[in-house]
Write a protein of this length. Structure first.
Length: 102
């Protein structure tokens, strides 16, 4: 099964947060945040380049940061899940933000 066919969560999200600018863009464009989070956590990383997609796949094993990019009416939304912070594989947070919020 390909990456896009995954349906179960692949990693722990930690706390879910979003920047005010990202929330405003999602509201203006009718984007449902939980739908983006579901795509992210099941391995549909959106508009990332092949190199970043491969890094995300490696991060599933190594515990490194995971990043997705989704484009909504020419506005890019990023979702970043922090690296693993403990032995049990827990991550601190997942953030929805705009590139300029980074």
């Amino acid at each position: 099964m390909g990456i896009e066919g995954r349906r179960r969560p692949l990693f722990d999200l930690g706390s879910l947060v979003a920047t005010p600018a990202a929330l405003e863009v999602m509201q203006e464009h009718g984007v449902y945040g939980p739908a983006l989070i579901k795509r992210h956590v099941t391995g549909d990383y959106g508009d990332v380049c092949d190199e970043d997609r491969a890094a995300n796949e490696e991060a599933l094993e190594s515990g490194a940061r995971i990043m997705s990019v989704y484009t909504v009416d020419e506005v890019r939304l990023w979702i970043i899940t922090d690296a693993v912070i403990d032995e049990e594989g827990h991550r601190q947070a997942t953030t929805i933000l705009l590139p300029e919020d980074y």
